[in-house]
Design a protein around this ligand. Structure first.
Ligand SMILES: NC(=O)c1ccc[n+]([C@@H]2O[C@H](COP(=O)([O-])OP(=O)(O)OC[C@H]3O[C@@H](n4cnc5c(N)ncnc54)[C@H](O)[C@@H]3O)[C@@H](O)[C@H]2O)c1
Length: 603
């Protein structure tokens, strides 16, 4: 680091750094040299003070624990009926919701949504369509509790603010807002009106994301240290598809160079880490690769008869940001909708107790024995059977509850789980899992990352939309509301000593009846405790005096190291009068000096 930069870092507060290098790295201080204004290559300006703390205006109350009047029926209205149709259909599948009105600029979409409601529920919702501001009439009605907003990003904030100003809860698609100023607008409106502004971040309700969240809350990951996430989705073709979201999303590729779609990856990581509740984003450093792939694709395919030839994209194909949290944790987040590669949100988490990586799902555990897994340790990912066991132990109660109903639903079922959960919170009058502070924090990364990129990857503070509340809030309680099944602790049921052993293989059986209390799946573990020799075992079987209940011939051993020392047997029908025996061929390696215990547990 050169002296000038070192001196600057020493003497300048983080908040003052963001724009200091404007001009050197592509973003420019404004022509007139206005301090604290960065002009992006697209001409868009970002003020340095967007990241400064903003005191709560008088008359506003926090909404982190806002409760509302419980409702028999939640009356919903929908604006935006492309992606929004998933939400309409989910609402039609919920016994406690009623779709009161539907709205879209396009008449045919609004009519088709109303047709669908009538077909399923026998009641036609009111239609609002045809003009850009017709939604204002709809949100002014007094018979709506929740307004869903699934429109282009530019409409999210005016619509959410309008809905809240008229006393409705706003459920707004991702990202809730594009600029930090707009994030604050959502926060201030939610606090002023005491209405919820919930961002529809469906990825927080995926099976794997809920599985990880539950494991985090149950302590499997120990102390969390690091997360990685992304939105990696080859959208090149979609971005030139007229009449779809690609058509307006492409605009952001000439406006900003940063992370344009942060919330799918970041939302789940933020919930694992308790961001906004016991920890908080502190600052971010971001850098982008060159922009190549989008214009190259356009120049090769000449979509829409060449009408986009003059567009000048600035958003790097790959944007990588790292976030530091107040507790010192780190998060790596990427955005790449251009490179030819399979979809991924990475969805990775590390703590002192384990590491998870998704795409495909992989888990490594520091103490596999604690969960009676076959894995020898943390140097390899758990095998399929072990991962299945962890899923059995830690699948989130919410996923368990809704899995069947969610089947066939949008995005592998997570859309339904999300909609059920958010609407059920409104029905009960309890605080939803994520509130306006989460929507703002996760969305603010768009502009904050763009500011960092424009200033040569300088660290940029991430606003604390909770205004310090995060310090006193406990992590998200979702996992505690209905805890997963307690982990069955193994109990000693038998043992081996040198007297049981000979030079060669010998058949030995142990009575295990008192550990078998009902039909179900049982685990048996051989664990060496002392002696010069390890115990080898094979042909392990569970018997009654009359029959073989189950057997597993695979050899294993237990000594300083354990290899296949857990055997699992299913008892389909329990006979309380029967004498159950565990039988195995055993031998110690090279002598008979081996002692150990056999434990049993019911899965
Ligand atoms: N969470 C997810 O998995 C997911 C998936 C897809 C899209 N989205 C989000 O959903 C939102 C919508 O995306 P989309 O793919 O449906 O876009 P889209 O462009 O296909 O559809 C938007 C709809 O909004 C309507 N609309 C536009 N302006 C309007 C106005 N002023 N009043 C009423 N209607 C208006 C359009 O006519 C259109 O039917 C975006 O925020 C997007 O990021 C989220």
């Amino acid at each position: 680091m050169d002296t000038t930069r070192r001196e600057l870092l020493k003497t300048t507060a983080l908040g003052g750094l963001a724009t200091s290098f404007a001009g050197i790295f592509g973003g420019t201080a404004s022509a007139a040299g206005t301090p604290g204004l960065v002009t992006l290559p697209s001409g868009i300006t970002i003020r340095q003070d967007i990241v400064s703390p903003r005191p709560r205006p008088s008359g506003q109350q926090p909404v982190h624990n806002l409760t509302t009047k419980p409702l028999q029926k939640v009356r919903v209205a929908h604006i935006g009926l492309s992606r929004g149709m998933t939400h309409v259909n989910d609402c039609l599948n919920l016994e406690f919701t009623e779709v009161v009105a539907v709205c879209d600029l396009r008449d045919e979409r609004a009519k088709s949504a109303a047709d669908q409601c009538e077909k399923v529920r026998g009641k036609r919702p009111d239609i609002y369509s045809g003009t850009e501001h017709i939604w204002e009439k709809m949100v002014a009605r007094d018979d709506i509790d929740v307004v869903y907003i699934a429109t282009p990003w530019a409409w999210h904030v005016p619509m959410a603010v309008g809905a809240m100003e008229h006393g409705k809860h706003a459920f707004v698609e991702v990202a809730a807002a594009v600029t930090v100023d707009d994030c604050w607008k959502l926060v201030d409106t939610s606090e002023r009106t005491q209405r919820h502004c919930v961002m529809l971040e469906n990825c927080c309700y995926g099976e794997n994301e809920l599985f990880i969240l539950n494991m985090v809350r149950e302590g499997v990951f120990g102390e969390l240290t690091h997360g990685e996430c992304a939105y990696i989705h080859d959208l090149r073709s979609l971005l030139f598809s007229l009449g779809t979201e690609g058509d307006w999303r492409r605009d952001y590729h000439w406006q900003y160079d940063g992370n344009l779609y942060p919330t799918h990856g970041l939302g789940p990581i933020a919930q694992y880490m308790g961001i906004g509740r016991s920890d908080q984003f502190k600052f971010l450093v971001s850098m982008s690769s060159p922009e190549i792939g989008l214009h190259a694709w356009r120049d090769k395919h000449h979509p829409n008869a060449g009408k986009h030839e003059k567009e000048k994209y600035v958003c790097g194909d790959m944007n990588t940001s790292t976030i530091k949290t107040e507790l010192g944790r780190t998060i790596m987040i990427q955005h790449d909708v251009i490179s030819p590669r399979p979809y991924s949100r990475i969805n990775a988490l590390s703590g002192t107790g384990g590491t998870f990586f998704d795409y495909p799902a992989r888990l490594a555990i520091n103490e596999p024995r604690k969960y009676r897994l076959d894995s020898p340790g943390s140097h390899e990912w758990l095998g399929d059977k072990d991962l299945a066991r962890m899923r059995k132990l830690f699948t989130h109660p919410l996923w368990r509850k809704l899995e069947e109903r969610a089947k066939g639903g949008g995005h592998g079922g997570m859309d339904f789980v999300m909609n059920w959960r958010h609407l059920d919170c409104i029905r009960q009058g309890i605080t939803p899992d994520s509130v306006v502070y989460d929507a703002a924090a996760w969305s603010s990364i768009i502009e904050v990352s763009s500011l960092s990129v424009a200033t040569g990857s300088m660290p940029v503070p991430i606003p604390d939309f909770t205004r310090g509340l995060w310090k006193s809030l406990p992590p998200l309680p979702i996992a505690f509301r209905a805890p997963g099944p307690a982990i069955a602790m193994p109990v000693k049921i038998a043992e081996w000593t040198p007297q049981d052993l000979q030079a060669d293989w010998v058949v030995k059986s142990w009575v295990v009846s008192k550990g078998i209390i009902a039909a179900g799946d049982y685990g048996f573990e051989f664990q060496y405790t002392r002696g010069a020799h390890r115990l080898d075992f094979r042909k392990v079987a569970l018997l009654t005096e009359d029959a073989v209940v189950a057997h597993d011939d695979q050899a294993g051993h237990s000594g300083l190291e354990n290899v296949h020392n857990v055997y699992r047997f299913a008892i389909a029908k329990h006979d309380p009068a029967a004498k159950y025996l565990l039988q195995a061929e055993i031998k110690a390696d090279g002598g008979t000096d081996s002692s150990g215990e056999i434990s049993i547990w019911k899965d």
